[in-house]
Design a protein around this ligand. Structure first.
Ligand code: AHM
Ligand code: MG
Length: 336
């Protein structure tokens, strides 16, 4: 059995000039994940359900657990020496780490502290998603430009899913590895080495309640998924949890596709480019899958604002290619 700590140290040997900063960063995220996991698991007992009375920058009501997870990650990341700036879905602005200026901190971490928060009350899987970049600014504390990098610049990305068991899955650009939390020893242990997403999947995940508002290409693809066709094993199975990280995790292992498209009063969709789409796009590509907004590769999109949203289609390669065909054929206007 290999723990996350052992795995990280082992991998670091492959980078002879690395100073171990990225390893320490991943370890810090792993520790924050354990604390968040503990609170998520006892949420029904502690007074931590419900709203805290505030709204976040996107106008969404904040829940107590969202805020708790956010604080845990900010503390874990800013108390180490590695980060020059962090930014989170729950905060209006980025947070420069002033006290790390003299230490030459070079990493930028963006995260969604608790994805799928509409499910918190109901014992449904939720997760944490993170994305790590090297800074692009030259000096001082990290700045907005460091946070507005295209996803292809990521040096690592991952997520933790708090489900029937808790798992941490991450990539540093050399494959995807999954670790299951063993509460009896308090460690994440390697359980899913070198994850590859099946090229052809049979699960589609989309909020079909919005069907009438979707672009024509997406509507046609959903109908395609529902048609009977023996050779392609259709109809496909519909599964939508409403926690992207959980839908993504299942589709990564089983093969499938997650779609959150634009719809008419919401041309950019709902999902945030830097906190959710980029890290999951990096992981899916590392696992052999694809991620697109319908036209552009997600990892090529250069964000212009911190909380930017984008339509997203990601998962098994052949399923994503199929959606792109439908989009090209039926949606006169590009998805974005
Ligand atoms: P959140 O980060 O505030 O939880 O929002 C993102 C979530 C995704 O996890 C999920 O797939 C989607 O929003 C669900 O939205 P909808 O209820 O519109 O289908
Ligand atoms: Mg989210």
């Amino acid at each position: 059995m290999k723990t996350l700590g052992q795995f990280i140290i082992e991998r670091q040997k492959d980078f002879p000039y690395a100073k171990g900063e990225l390893s320490r960063l991943l370890r810090d995220i792993g520790i924050a994940a354990k604390v968040i996991n503990r609170e998520v698991n006892k949420a029904g007992l502690a007074n931590i359900f419900g709203y805290n009375g505030n709204t976040n920058i996107q106008g969404e009501d904040q829940k107590k657990l969202d805020v708790f997870a956010d604080e845990q990650l900010i503390n874990a990341l800013t108390s180490g020496d590695e980060c020059c700036v962090v930014a989170s879905e729950e905060n209006d602005s980025y947070i420069p780490v002033e006290h790390n200026i003299s230490k030459g901190a070079k990493y930028v971490v963006l995260f969604d502290p608790l994805d799928g928060s509409s499910n918190i009350e109901y014992n449904v899987s939720i997760g944490t998603i993170f994305s790590i970049y090297r800074r692009t600014s030259e000096s001082g504390a990290g700045q907005l430009e460091d946070c507005l990098q295209a996803g292809k610049n990521q040096v690592a990305a991952g997520y933790i899913v708090y489900g029937s068991s808790t798992m941490l899955v991450f990539t540093t650009g050399r494959g995807v590895n999954g670790f299951t939390y063993d509460p009896s020893i308090g460690e994440f242990c390697l359980s899913h080495p070198d994850i590859k997403v099946p090229e052809d999947g049979h699960i589609y995940s989309v909020n079909e309640g919005n069907y009438q508002k979707f672009p024509e290409g997406i509507k046609k693809y959903i109908k395609y998924c529902q048609e009977e066709d023996e050779p392609t094993k259709r109809p496909y199975t519909s599964r939508y949890i409403g926690s992207m990280v959980s839908d993504f995790h299942r589709n990564l292992l089983a093969g499938g596709i997650y779609i959150y498209p634009s719809y008419h009063n919401n041309p950019k969709g709902k999902i945030r480019l830097s906190y959710e789409c980029n890290p999951l796009a990096y992981i899916i590509e590392q696992a052999g899958g694809m991620a697109t907004d319908g036209v552009n590769r997600i990892l090529d999109i250069k964000p212009t604002e911190l909380h930017q949203r984008t339509p997203i289609i990601l998962g098994s390669r052949n399923m994503v290619l199929k959606v792109m065909d439908f989009v090209e054929k039926y949606s006169q206007v590009a998805l974005i």
